[in-house]
Design a protein around this ligand. Structure first.
Ligand code: GAL
Length: 847
C-alpha cells in the first residue's frame, strides 16, 4: 500500500516575504508492488525491478537465427546470447494500491509518471484503462484524475516483451521509477517548463566593474482547469544557489494565456562543466492571494554549447574534443533495474578514466542517470532509436516507428531538456534508411526539426555507418552534427563532402577484450576467436567493421575538424557477445573498457593515459604469473602511460628504453586497404603505447620506470609473479562515505585472491561462497566472465582471473553488515579431506 500524504502547509521565505505554502503538489514514489507472469501467482517486489535478471541463463531464451546485416553478414546463423540469454521474453503484470484520504480528490489532478517500463506498458486504474505506451525506454505520463477515488485505488500494469525485439538485453518489467503526482488543478507543468542559458557575456556590475553575466531564458505554459481564468494569479521564478539562498528572481501577474516567457540575468555565475558541475535551482511558484498554490524545483546548470566550423564543439565558449563512451542501460548483474549507487559508480569510474561524456546508446536515458550526470559532471548525448521503419530485428521498434516516433522524441525532450548535462540529441543509430534520399532524408529532417522546436539550444546528430550511402542520399548533410560510427577511413571523405566543417566519431573502436586474458603469440587481428570464448587483453583485437583505440586517438589528435568520440563501450553489457555471437556459452559483450562487473580491463589505462590530463598513468600488461611451460618463451610487455619514455626491467635486467613514436601513423598500412575489411593490416601501435615485443618470460618481477621530459625518473610500476593463493582481499566502494541505511544503497566489494604479500593471483578461479549478516543483504555478484552461466543472484560464484565484485544492499536500519567470502576447496584426488578454505571478511557500517 502506498499512501498519499496530507496537504503540506509550511512557511518559507521568498523574495524576502513570509509566504504560506498551500501547495497540494505531492510526489509519491510507488515502490511496493506485486508481480506475476501468469496473474495466478503473485510475489511482492519493490521497483525498480527486472524480472529476468535472476535467470537462469539458457541459450533457448530468444534464440535468434538471423544474419546481422550491420555486421556485414549475408547468411542467417544461430545467435544464442544475442539478447543476454535471460528469460525477459513474455508477459508480466504488476499491481499496487494507493490510499487516497477524504478531501484529496477535489480541486486536484492525479498523474501517473513512468520513467520507462519494459515494454508495451498498458495501465489501468480501478479496473479502467488509463493509457498505454509502446516503447519500453521512454518516460510517459497518464492523467488519471477521472479514474481515482477516495479510499483504496488499484493500479495495474501489463507488459509484453516479444522475442527478437532487441539486439541486446533490454531487461523486463518496471525497471525505472513510477510516481503518482498530485497537483492543484491550476499548476506548473515541469515538462512545459524550459530553462536554458541563453548567453554568457561580459556585463557591468552595480559598481561599474565588468563581470561575467549569464542570461537565463525561462519559459513555462501554466495549466488551468477548463474555463477558469488566470485573473488574480501571480507567478514567481527565482534562482537559488547551491545552499538554497536566493540569487535572483522575477515576478509577474499571470497573463491570460498562462504563458510565462522571461529572462533572468545572473551576475558572476559559477559555470557548469564536467570539471565544475556547479548547479543552481530554479524555483517556480504559482501564487494566489499571496499564497503559494504550486511550486516546482528545476536544476539549472549555467553553460552554453555550440558546434561550428571554426570552434568545433564548444562548452562555455571553449573548444573541447568529446572524450566519450557509449553505454547501454543495463547495470551488469543488477540488470536493467536502475539504482542510484550503481549509476554513481559507473559515472565516477568513467570520470576517473578522463571520460567526459556518455552516449545513452541507443535509447532514452533514465531521469536518475541524467540527474547524476548533472551533479557529478558528465556530458550526455541522449539517444532515442536503434531503428526507424526498416527493422534491424524482427519485432523491434520498427513496428511502432511511424505512429510513435514523434511522440517518443517529444517525451524524450520534454522530460530531459532542463538537464545541463545533455549537450546533444541523437535521433538514431545506424538507421538502415541512410541510403534513402526520400523517406530517410524526410524522417531525418522531420525528427531533427522537432528536436529544434522543442529545444532550440542543442545540436542534433545520429550515428551513421553507411557513410557512402548517407553522403550520397543527403542524409548526412541534413544533420546538425555528422556522426560517423567507425569507418575512420571515411572521415576525410565525409568531412569534405558535407558542409558542416566537422565530424563526430559517434561510435568508435569496438575493440574486444576479456579482463586478464592474454593470447599468445601476440597478434593484432580483426577476426580473433578462440576455443575458450575469450578475447585478448593485449588490446589488439577488433572486428571487421571496427578498429583499435589508437586509430581514434590519432584522428582526434591529427584531424583538427574532428570534435570527439564515443567509444563502444565504456562498460560491458548483457547481450551481443561479438565475436562469439554463435558460440555458447557466451552471453555478454567483450567491447567494454571495463568488464561487466565494472572492473577495469587493461584498455582502461590506455584511455586514461591519453584522456586524463590531471593525473599520471603507468600501467603494465600482462600479468607476470605464467606457468613453467612459458619459461624462456616470448611474452610481450605493453605499458600504458602519459609519459613519453620508459625503461623496462625483468628481474633488474634492462630490456631497453622505448619512446613513443609521435610521427607514427596508426593508419599507416591501412591507407591502401579498407581497415575494416576482414584480415586488414594491423595499425602501427607505437604512438600511444610503449611496447617491448621480444621479452622472454622468467618469474620474478617486471618493472617499468617512466621518464619525464627532462629525462628524470617520474614514476615506477612493478608487477610481481604471485605466490600461492592465501588471502581474499576485500576492497569496498560506496557512493557516499558510508552506506546509507535506506534499503537501496549498495556497497560494491571487489574481492581479489592474493598471495601472502598481497600480489594478485591472476590465474585463480576458485569457487567462492558469500555470507552477509546484519543490516544488509546479498544483492548480486559478477565476475566479468562473458562465458559464465552462474546466476548473478545466488551467493556463490567462481573468481575470474583472480577477481569478482560482490554487491551488498543496505537494509532500512542503521547498523553493521558483516560480509564474508570463502573458497570452496576442491576435494583432492588422493585424500578425501578438503584443504582449509581461504576466507576474507569486511564489516560495513550503515547510517
Ligand atoms: C555498432 C552498433 C552497436 C553495436 C556495435 C558493436 O554498429 O551501433 O549497437 O552493435 O556495432 O560493434
Amino acid at each position: 500500500m502506498n499512501s498519499i500524504r496530507l496537504l503540506i502547509v509550511t512557511t518559507l521565505i521568498s523574495l524576502s516575504l513570509p509566504l504560506q505554502i498551500y501547495s497540494q503538489r505531492n510526489v509519491l514514489s510507488l515502490n511496493n508492488w506485486e508481480f506475476s507472469i501468469d496473474k495466478a501467482k503473485w510475489e511482492k517486489v519493490s521497483i525498480p525491478h527486472d524480472w529476468a535478471i535472476s535467470g537462469p541463463f539458457d541459450k533457448k531464451w530468444d534464440l535468434q537465427v538471423v544474419a546481422i546485416e550491420q555486421n556485414g553478414e549475408k547468411n542467417a546463423t544461430e545467435k544464442s546470447g544475442r539478447s543476454g540469454a535471460l528469460p525477459w521474453i513474455g508477459k508480466g503484470y504488476y499491481r499496487t494500491t494507493v490510499n487516497i484520504p477524504p478531501n484529496q480528490t477535489d480541486g486536484v489532478c492525479y498523474q501517473l509518471e513512468f520513467d520507462g517500463a519494459m515494454s508495451e506498458p498498458s495501465v489501468s486504474v480501478n479496473g479502467q484503462h488509463a493509457g498505454a505506451w509502446a516503447y519500453g525506454y521512454n518516460a510517459f505520463r497518464l492523467d488519471i484524475t477521472e479514474l481515482v477515488k477516495i479510499g483504496e485505488n488499484t493500479i495495474e500494469v501489463a507488459l509484453n516483451n516479444r522475442e527478437e525485439s532487441s539486439r541486446w538485453y533490454p531487461g523486463a518489467g518496471l525497471y525505472r521509477p513510477v510516481t503518482l503526482v498530485k497537483t492543484p488543478k491550476a499548476h506548473i507543468d515541469p515538462w512545459a517548463t524550459s530553462v536554458r542559458t541563453k548567453e554568457l557575456r561580459q556585463g557591468v556590475d552595480n559598481h561599474g566593474e565588468t563581470e561575467q553575466q549569464a542570461v537565463i531564458a525561462y519559459e513555462t505554459q501554466l495549466i488551468k482547469p477548463q474555463g477558469a481564468q488566470w485573473k488574480g494569479y501571480a507567478f514567481v521564478v527565482e534562482i537559488l544557489d547551491n545552499k538554497g539562498m536566493f540569487y535572483t528572481g522575477n515576478h509577474f501577474d499571470v497573463p491570460e494565456d498562462g504563458k510565462i516567457d522571461t529572462e533572468l540575468t545572473m551576475s558572476k555565475p559559477l559555470l557548469w562543466s564536467p570539471e565544475t558541475p556547479n548547479l543552481y535551482k530554479i524555483r517556480s511558484r504559482l501564487m494566489k492571494d499571496n499564497k503559494v498554490v504550486d511550486e516546482t524545483i528545476t536544476n539549472l546548470g549555467v553553460r552554453t554549447i555550440s558546434v561550428s566550423k571554426d570552434g568545433g564543439f564548444m562548452l562555455n565558449g571553449k573548444t573541447r574534443k568529446i572524450q566519450g563512451v557509449c553505454l547501454h542501460h543495463d547495470l551488469g548483474p543488477l540488470g536493467a533495474a536502475v539504482n542510484k549507487a550503481a549509476l554513481i559508480r559507473q559515472i565516477k569510474l568513467m570520470k576517473e578514466m578522463g571520460c567526459d561524456a556518455i552516449r545513452t546508446s541507443h535509447n532514452m536515458p533514465s531521469t536518475m542517470q541524467m540527474d547524476l550526470c548533472d551533479s557529478l559532471g558528465m556530458m550526455v548525448m541522449a539517444e532515442s532509436f536503434d531503428m526507424w521503419i526498416y527493422p534491424k530485428c524482427k519485432n523491434g521498434y520498427a513496428r511502432f516507428f511511424k505512429d510513435w516516433a514523434e511522440k517518443d522524441i517529444t517525451n524524450l525532450i520534454l522530460n530531459h531538456r532542463n538537464h545541463p548535462s545533455i549537450v546533444m540529441w541523437s535521433i538514431g543509430n545506424e538507421i538502415p534508411e541512410q541510403w534513402d534520399k526520400n523517406v530517410g532524408v524526410e524522417w531525418a529532417k522531420k525528427l531533427q526539426d522537432l528536436c529544434h522546436k522543442l529545444d532550440p539550444t542543442r545540436p542534433v546528430t545520429q550515428g551513421m555507418d553507411r557513410v557512402d550511402n548517407a553522403l550520397k542520399s543527403g542524409f548526412a548533410e541534413v544533420m546538425d552534427v555528422v556522426g560517423l560510427n567507425y569507418r575512420t577511413h571515411k572521415y576525410d571523405k565525409a568531412y569534405k563532402e558535407t558542409t558542416k566543417g566537422f565530424i563526430l566519431g559517434s561510435e568508435t573502436a569496438s575493440t574486444v577484450s576479456s579482463r586478464g586474458v592474454y593470447k599468445l603469440p601476440y597478434k593484432a587481428t580483426n577476426h580473433g576467436v578462440y576455443s575458450d570464448g575469450q578475447c585478448s587483453s593485449y588490446d589488439n583485437e577488433w572486428c571487421s567493421w571496427s578498429n583499435l583505440p589508437d586509430v581514434d586517438f590519432e584522428n582526434m589528435d591529427d584531424l583538427p575538424w574532428t570534435i570527439g568520440q564515443f567509444v563502444w563501450t565504456g562498460i560491458d553489457y548483457l547481450g551481443e557477445p561479438t565475436p562469439y555471437d554463435e558460440y555458447w556459452p557466451s552471453r555478454s559483450s567483450y567491447f567494454g573498457i571495463c568488464d561487466l562487473a565494472g572492473l577495469p580491463k587493461d584498455r582502461y589505462y590506455l584511455y586514461r593515459s591519453v584522456w586524463k590530463k590531471d593525473a599520471h598513468t603507468l600501467h603494465i600488461a600482462p600479468h607476470w604469473s605464467w606457468g613453467k611451460e612459458m619459461m624462456g618463451k616470448n611474452v610481450p610487455v605493453q605499458v600504458y602511460t602519459d609519459f613519453d619514455e620508459a625503461e623496462l626491467f625483468i628481474n633488474g635486467k634492462s630490456q631497453g628504453r622505448r619512446t613513443k613514436n609521435h610521427t607514427a601513423n596508426a593508419n599507416a598500412g591501412q591507407e591502401s586497404t579498407n581497415p575494416n575489411a576482414k584480415g586488414a593490416a594491423a595499425p602501427n601501435l607505437d604512438r600511444y603505447r610503449l611496447r617491448w615485443m621480444d621479452v622472454k618470460y622468467e618469474p620474478g618481477e617486471v618493472k617499468v620506470v617512466a621518464y619525464d621530459k627532462d629525462g628524470k625518473v617520474a614514476m615506477e610500476e612493478v608487477v610481481k609473479t604471485a605466490g600461492k593463493p592465501e588471502k581474499l582481499k576485500m576492497d569496498v566502494w560506496t557512493a557516499g562515505k558510508q552506506l546509507k541505511a535506506d534499503g537501496n544503497d549498495l556497497a560494491y566489494i571487489t574481492i581479489s585472491m592474493t598471495d601472502a604479500d598481497g600480489n594478485l593471483c591472476p590465474n585463480a578461479n576458485d569457487q567462492l561462497v558469500f555470507n552477509v549478516e546484519g543490516e544488509g543483504t546479498f544483492k548480486c555478484v559478477c565476475n566479468g566472465d562473458a562465458t559464465s552461466l552462474e546466476s548473478f543472484t545466488e551467493p556463490t560464484m567462481r573468481l575470474f582471473n583472480g577477481m569478482l565484485v560482490l554487491t551488498v544492499q543496505s537494509s532500512g536500519k542503521a547498523g553493521k553488515i558483516k560480509v564474508t567470502a570463502s573458497t570452496v576447496p576442491a576435494e583432492t584426488k588422493n585424500k578425501k579431506e578438503k584443504a582449509a578454505p581461504i576466507t576474507g571478511t569486511t564489516t560495513l557500517i550503515t547510517k
